[in-house]
Design a protein around this ligand. Structure first.
Ligand code: TMP
Length: 234
């Protein structure tokens, strides 16, 4: 019996083959609004695993250090056991979601340059937005770590914009998580339609979890389309 170390909303972490390697298994559960909305979507785990693994391979080819060690099967992979920085790093190229609501900028407006913002990784607190000075003041990360995460997030955004553009997809925004491993800050967690806004470049059709959050229907058709297009260009 596999030993569960931690069960999150969309993934389970199990003991891996060694002390510094974990097994991550993607679940079919979809959640939104800090878990208040929840549904099982058969096949979501397989799709997110495939998309995230493909993106992590692409980033690794471009010298981004990630936690991915080895893909095991359709829903499982081995990852480095990093100490997760409890800060979510959100990069935006286009106004949408909470940014549009908060600042009154119409959804779909291109931003003059990418923005980076942070929130505390805590469902209990409702993932509140936090700034760099607050992050270092309460010890969520050091200044060096923060500087490193910002630089990596910008580079990852540039790389992902190129990849998604090849797939005729507009990378509107996305959320990253980082971890400490072997004295470095490495990219952790997943990059998938659960954690990105992805719009068809021609039609503007949403291909991401907003289909679930906003009850737009056919959630996994969007994810399938993202995987199909990325597989063609990666
Ligand atoms: P937001 O516009 O709701 O702040 O979301 C920004 C991006 O972050 C969007 O691509 C979805 C992603 N995201 C997560 O991955 N997890 C979350 O808990 C939230 C709120 C957003």
């Amino acid at each position: 019996m596999d030993e569960i170390l931690y069960e999150g909303k969309s993934k389970v972490l199990l003991r891996g083959p060694s002390d510094d390697v974990l097994l991550v298994r993607y679940k079919d559960t979809a959640t939104a609004f800090d878990g208040k909305k929840k549904e099982e979507l058969a096949g979501k785990g397989r799709l997110n695993a495939a998309i995230s693994n493909l993106i992590y391979d692409y980033l690794a080819q471009h010298d981004v250090q990630t936690h991915l060690v080895e893909v095991l099967d359709e829903t499982s992979a081995l990852v480095k056991q990093a100490e997760i920085v409890m800060v979510e790093v959100i990069v935006r190229n286009v106004a949408a979601g909470s940014f549009s609501r908060k600042y009154g900028v119409e959804e779909g407006s291109a931003l003059q340059h990418p923005t980076i913002e942070f929130s505390v990784k805590s469902d209990e607190l409702g993932d509140p937005m936090i700034n760099g000075s607050q992050i270092t003041a309460i010890g969520l990360a050091t200044q060096d770590e923060l500087t490193d995460m910002i630089a990596q997030a910008k580079r990852i955004n540039e790389l992902l914009c190129v990849l998604f553009a090849r797939a005729e997809i507009r990378l509107v925004d996305f959320k990253l998580e980082f971890g400490r491993f072997d004295g470095h800050i490495i990219l952790c967690d997943e990059i998938s339609p659960d954690s990105c806004r992805l719009w068809d470049m021609q039609t503007g059709e949403k291909l991401d979890k907003d289909r679930f959050r906003r009850d737009l229907g056919n959630v996994l058709d969007g994810y399938e389309e993202v995987l199909r297009r990325l597989s063609d260009v990666a």
